[in-house]
Design a binder for this molecule. Sequence first.
Ligand SMILES: Cc1ncc(COP(=O)(O)O)c(C=O)c1O
Length: 346
Amino acid sequence: MKKFIDLRSDTVTQPSQEMRDAMYKAVVGDDIMGEDPTVRQLEIMSADILGKEDALFVTSGTMGNQIAVMALTNRGEEVIVGDTSHIYSLEVGALAALSQVQTRSIEVPHGVYDIKKMEELIQVRGIQNARTSLICIENTNNLNAGFIVPLDNINAVCDLAKKNCIPVHLDGARIFNAAVASKTSVKEIVKNVDTVMFALTKGLAAPFGAILAGNKDFIAKARWMKQRIGGGYRQAGFLAAPGIVALNTMLPQLEIDHKHAQILGNGLSKINRLKVETSRIHTNIITGSVEELPISIDNFLEKLLQKGIKAKKISRTSFRMITHYGVEEKDIHEVIRAVEDIIDRL
Ligand SMILES: Cc1ncc(COP(=O)(O)O)c(C=O)c1O
């Protein structure tokens, strides 16, 4: 099979040999009955890393986010969400379909929440109002950017929420990228949020799952909600085992991914008329635009594909590349050379 350099997402990673071995050897039991020791080990380990009372192993980031909203809101209430956030725009309308809440969205330029604007969006219960019952934030912010939300900004959101008795849910699908890049512990980043989800399947390179964490009461309710939507597991230790390996072994990889993103971004930014703003590269995500070049984005990506490189179209003129486990520094230089060659021939 032809080997591509696949930069479409950090979800395309292959599990490491250690993850495969751990799957094979996992001790398992019936998780709905609370008897899968490997699932429980992953949950306890995750809660400990996050500094939360308890955690729940879920199928996906989407499931973790939506269970949080189901557990924290009532039908007809409002949720504040980032306008580009995954929970709002890429979860198949689940806020409306599953929780039956309505949304107020806020712009998050460069991954920073405007606290004054957020305060203006908060609705208090009145005869004609839907009460704001949850604020959802995202870090890293914007799956097409990977911005780090500054710690004081997260804490300012949490202060505002607390003042208004509203819980905060953090979509931390890539929270470990934020932690590694900002040299801040994950515990410190999530200290003031009520609930947090992180993905095992992105930079951490596990083949399955995500973690939802919060206090014991929240997790008990979340476990019940998970069961309601058919998320009860039986011998899921086989799926949790690579997650444990991911948490134990993959954090150093994120630093490598970020270094590769910088090399790639710097290389691409020097190519005439290709627009890549290096100041936007906070973690492992690079975006670029061909708007000043005599080539369409589809044609550009097709030419890259012919050279064995996959990138993702994110608008009518722009693309995204994400570095991850399995992409090496030599691949990064190959991508830069390939883009130079395509543009030289225009
Ligand atoms: C920020 C963010 N949140 C949530 C998710 C959902 O994760 P999953 O694909 O595991 O459902 C993603 C996936 O790309 C994401 O980027």
